[in-house]
Design a protein around this ligand. Structure first.
Ligand code: CTP
Length: 494
């Protein structure tokens, strides 16, 4: 049985996977066909793997990153993969790259020997540093037998004059720390440099991938949480830790180091040349709230933070699109590589959107105020004797509907959001029809869902093809998933 078929079956069949990814069922079925006939040779396309893994994790489906790595498998048992190093070498973005593997002191260090082997199979040059604690678990001899070179001592005159810790740091295309122990991460977060590993990590400007491994209590501790957050903010990437049994008898929880092939997959993703599937496309995004003046100092607004719209603009720019972001007032920095037009009211937003057309895709993530005060005061309204003022409200233009219903310059793909507090899907279907757009990304914004200002979104993609529910994702992940769907859709259209 082919791997894509196995994966699709585990996830509940082609219809479930198609809904989950917001693609047509036939596309999912086509993955099993050969490349010559428009398929992917039994492989799940790379851009779908994160969403499928997240779904599997959320639904306790037995699917691991390594399942996606299976290629040209004939027998069908999990874990069997091609033994042709040439094929792996040609396929892997790690081929020809210099990977510096730092092995910290944890029981998971034994898996790092297999990691060296996996990386070398794929054509990477693997240099290895053992921390003093790492040497308690793995010998220099064992690591040296598998890696291209192994180093342990910051003050070893031979290796320091031969390669030197600065050169070790600079020559690495990627630094992988596996296992990344609580202590090693604390030192990294604090900028320590008192041994070879920490000195190299401090001197490095290469990307860093951490595979944490520790007891679940240590992983959950406030100090570790702080250090992980600091390292992520400093730009480090993480793979794992996974949940499961610990080496200590009777201990279970989150803290197991990711499996070697998961670490390989993460390294490959970091080293893969950036895909630019939206190169040459123009994408328009609205974001943030609109503010509608009552008088020169007061306004009607809403709680939109703009994080989702800004994340979409950034992801589209990363995918190579020429992006215009029309944003209401937000407390966010402008996303890199994006043309930002700042507006305040709904009417200003409509004007800026029309000025930005034509576009291939328009995504309306702004929380536009539905109404405004008919006559905003020219002067600040004063407390008068007549008691509190009453306002006549008029409806604002519906920016999404006006663009979706255009005859001229209508973007090929018009996408709206539906912020709902009840009957999410039914209201979204109704909105799709009413507004004339192609897709609605519906989400629950009731206070208990914590979407406004929060970091996560649970999206239901409603289109003429049906409803596909995405797993709960961070707003950045939602942005990446959406951009992948858009790229696929534009590619699929004649
Ligand atoms: N939208 C817009 N212009 C408006 C109102 C909404 O462009 N004047 C867009 C939003 O950016 C979003 C979609 O329409 O993509 C739906 O917004 P939402 O607030 O959920 O819907 P409303 O049309 O305001 O409907 P209601 O408030 O009745 O749910």
């Amino acid at each position: 049985m082919e791997p894509a078929q196995t994966i699709i079956r585990k996830l509940g069949g082609p219809s479930v996977v198609a809904d989950l990814l917001g693609v047509h069922r036939t596309r999912v079925s086509s993955w099993q066909r050969s490349r010559k006939t428009g398929g992917t040779d039994g492989r799940v396309p790379q851009n779908h793997i994160p969403a499928l893994l997240a779904h599997a994790r959320a639904h306790h489906i037995d699917l691991a990153a390594e399942d996606f790595l299976l290629v040209e498998q004939s027998g069908g048992t999990r874990g069997r993969r091609t033994s042709k190093p040439d094929r792996q070498r040609a396929d892997s973005p790690t081929a020809g790259k210099c990977i510096l593997l730092i092995i910290g002191g944890g029981i998971a260090a034994y898996k790092s020997l297999d990691l060296i082997r996996r990386l070398r199979e794929r054509g990477a040059e693997v240099r290895c540093i053992l921390t003093p604690a790492g040497e308690e678990f793995v010998t220099k001899l064992a690591a040296g037998a598998l890696a291209n070179a192994v180093f342990t001592d910051l003050f070893d005159p031979q290796s320091e004059f031969d390669v030197g810790h600065i050169r070790l740091a600079r020559e690495a295309d990627l630094i992988v720390v596996a296992p990344a122990t609580a202590d090693l991460m604390a030192k990294m977060a604090g900028g320590h440099a008192d041994d070879l590993a920490t000195a190299v990590l401090l001197a490095a400007d290469s990307p860093i991938l951490l595979a944490p491994a520790m007891n679940p209590h240590m992983w959950a501790r406030a100090a570790t949480r702080r250090n992980v957050a600091q390292l992520a903010a400093d730009g480090a990437a993480f793979v794992g830790p996974n949940a499961g049994e610990m080496a200590e008898r009777g201990e279970a929880g989150t803290g197991r180091m990711a499996e070697p092939l998961e670490i390989v997959a993460a390294a490959e993703a970091m080293l893969a040349p950036a895909e630019r599937p939206l190169a040459g496309k123009r994408v328009l995004v609205t974001s943030g709230p609109t503010l509608e003046a009552i008088d020169p100092v007061r306004y009607i607004g809403n709680r939109s933070s703009g994080r989702q719209g800004h994340a979409i603009a950034e992801a589209a720019a990363r995918a190579g699109a020429d992006v215009v972001l029309v944003s209401g007032p937000v407390a966010l920095p402008d996303p890199p590589g994006v043309n930002v037009v700042k507006v305040e009211s709904a009417r200003e937003m409509l004007k800026a959107v029309e000025a930005a057309l034509p576009a291939d895709v328009a995504i309306f993530a702004a929380a536009v105020a539905d109404w405004r005060v008919a006559e905003a005061g020219r002067q600040k309204l004063k407390k008068g004797e007549g008691g509190p003022p009453t306002f006549t409200m008029v409806e604002n233009p519906d920016i999404l509907a006006s663009v979706a219903h255009r005859k001229a310059k209508r973007p090929k793909l018009v996408i709206g959001f539906a912020a709902e507090t009840a009957n999410v899907i039914a209201n979204a279907k109704d909105k799709l029809k009413r507004k004339g757009c192609d897709w609605i990304l519906a989400n629950d914004v009731s206070p208990q869902a914590g979407v406004f200002g929060g970091d996560e979104n649970t999206i239901h993609l409603v289109s003429a093809a049906g409803v596909g529910s995405w797993p709960t994702q961070t707003k950045n992940e939602v942005a990446s998933t959406l951009v992948a769907r858009i790229a696929e859709n534009l590619g699929a259209k004649p």
